[in-house]
Design a protein around this ligand. Structure first.
Ligand code: G6Q
Length: 543
């Protein structure tokens, strides 16, 4: 990317535009909002409050073109092995392919397999909801516990919470991920084994935390149930690895499969989404898939300059690589999207937190930013101070529904007003003169005004996107998640990195093994640095 003509021109253009204020760009162009916003179904994407002009956009589209973005998008949908280090396709789009278009992997159309698992999920979910699936005492299931971590936890956990208004009455879904025993203990404390169903969610079925928690849950269950034959009514597996599922003691008939071409952090659309379907019903889960598919079709077909994920991805590159922005804030003005920042943190940082290009060379520019955030309005009373007056440039994505699922009226209007006010304030800031006028109106004397002006000035010119939609439905949730997934792919493609591997996570899976043995079994320590060795000895003395 850095060798393209467009990159060089963008560098020069950045020098010119970095002194321009968005206030002026707005006052010079009354049509700026109309020109720099796009609709997709009931989603309105406003990107007019960015530090861009038409020329910036032209150069960014040229950059995408010179990096072969359209070809790379086609390669993903065609099932090519774009996950170059693991030699796999990245086909989460197949999981939500609602068209009759076949998708091939090694010459096989994988769509019949995808549909078979969806049918299996529907049959199971219907049985649980109707009470046909019962626990070992004959009571119906009313609590579901998803045991998984990382991609086998964050997506379903976020989506289950997002779809709270759609939850089936009498059905509660819980999540256990952390190996800290507090997580499992707190969850089990409020449950009855007779009416609890455990979903052991693990692509590999080899993840230490998940297996330890699954064993803990099974021990807890067997203390009440006694006979291991009852495990079959209370434990199902969501995995790609049937041998390990059998070794754990789960009947492969109770396994919901998926495949190695589904990345963990892209897997909520697969059997890993069973907790979503159990919470809200299979019809709602399929609406989520349909939303994701609608965004896929848009991403595949829309021209670059009308393409939401492409525009979002390019804007992100503009800030990371030209303005030096190190982080990206995600602020949903929707309580039920509370887990969205954590979900996107993994989706983005695990995908694009890389410094090596697909062909094995070091990248020569920054890649994925730190992604973080909290829902509004809570965030306003916490970190927004730094967004407004701190020394760093932090682009913000705001998300807000127009309507609430809950009582209409003031609460939601206050929420919406706050969201719009924050976008406006970040863009406009407050000038010296405006700060003075405000303080004069408040009756402050001139000495105080003089003293306080520097503190009450806001520089503004701080960029944000606004994603505004009608209501938080399964379909719009699917659209939003797919939008971010594709944005991440656009950026990974331009940076020339592989967005679909995660060697940093694999490292974590290997590291603790030796130290665990040393902690548990004593004996001579293997080669460690002095600090680690000292800490292990300290822990041994105090365990
Ligand atoms: C996601 C990562 C990682 C993974 C977890 C759990 O893309 O690969 O977060 O999802 O480590 O792995 P398992 O599902 O195999 O237990």
């Amino acid at each position: 990317m850095t060798h393209t003509q467009a990159w060089q021109e963008l560098k020069e253009h950045h020098r010119q535009i970095s002194t321009k204020h968005m206030r002026d760009l707005f006052s010079q162009d009354p049509q700026r909002f109309e020109r720099l916003s796009l609709s997709f179904e009931d989603l309105l994407f406003d990107y007019s409050k960015n530090r861009i002009t038409d020329h910036t956009l032209r150069l960014l589209y040229a950059l995408a073109g010179q990096c072969g973005l359209e070809d790379k998008i086609g390669r993903m949908f065609a099932g090519e092995r774009i996950n170059c280090t693991e030699q796999r396709p990245a086909l989460h789009v197949a999981l939500r392919n609602r068209s009759s278009r076949p998708i091939h992997v090694d010459g096989e159309d994988i769509m019949p397999r995808v549909h078979a698992v969806l049918d299996q999920m529907r049959a199971f979910v219907d049985k649980v909801h109707s009470g046909a699936w019962r626990g070992f005492t004959g009571e119906p299931i009313c609590d579901v516990v998803n045991i998984g971590i990382g991609g086998s936890d964050l997506g379903p956990r976020m989506a289950v919470q997002a779809l709270t208004p759609y939850h089936k009455p009498g059905m509660k879904v819980h999540f256990v991920s952390n190996i800290d025993p507090a997580d499992l203990a707190d969850t089990l404390a409020v449950l009855r084994p007779e009416t609890t169903l455990f979903l052991i969610a693990s692509k590999t079925f080899g993840t230490q935390e998940t297996l330890a928690n699954a064993h803990g849950a099974r021990d807890w269950f067997l203390q009440a149930a006694g006979e291991t034959e009852h495990v079959a009514r209370h434990f199902v597996a969501l995995s790609t690895n049937s041998e390990r599922v059998r070794d754990f003691g789960i009947d492969p008939a109770n396994m919901f499969p998926f495949w190695d071409w589904v990345g963990g952090r892209y897997s909520l659309w697969s059997a890993i989404g069973l907790s979503i379907a159990l919470a809200a019903g299979m019809d709602r889960f399929e609406e989520l898939l349909a939303g994701g598919h609608a965004m896929d079709e848009h991403f595949r077909n829309a021209p670059l300059d009308r393409n939401l994920p492409v525009i979002m991805g390019l804007l992100g590159i503009w800030y990371v690589n030209f303005f030096g922005a190190a982080t990206q804030a995600i602020v949903p003005y929707a309580q039920h999207l509370q887990r969205l920042p954590a979900y996107l943190q993994q989706a983005d940082m695990e995908s694009n937190g890389k410094a090596t290009t697909c062909d094995g060379r070091a990248v020569c520019c920054d890649t994925g930013p730190v992604v973080w955030g909290e829902p509004g309005t809570n965030g306003q009373h916490a970190f927004f101070q730094l967004l407004h007056q701190g020394t760093r440039l932090i682009p913000v994505d705001f998300l807000v529904p127009m309507h609430s699922h809950y009582a209409p009226g003031e609460h939601h209007h206050i929420l919406l007003a706050n969201c719009l006010a924050q976008c406006e304030a970040l863009m406009r800031g407050r000038t010296d003169a405006e700060a003075r006028i405000q303080m004069e109106a408040q009756g402050l004397d001139q000495a105080d005004i003089f003293r306080l002006v520097p503190h009450r000035v806001f520089p503004g010119n701080r960029p944000s996107n606004l994603l505004m939609f009608d209501k938080l439905t399964p379909r719009i949730l699917g659209i939003l998640i797919a939008l971010y997934e594709h944005k991440i792919y656009v950026q990974g493609t331009l940076w020339g990195i592989n967005s679909f591997d995660q060697w940093g996570v694999e490292l974590g899976k290997q590291l603790a093994g030796t130290i665990l043995t040393e902690l548990q079994e004593g004996g001579a320590l293997s080669e460690h640095d002095a600090s680690t060795a000292g800490l292990i000895r300290h822990a041994r003395r105090n365990l």
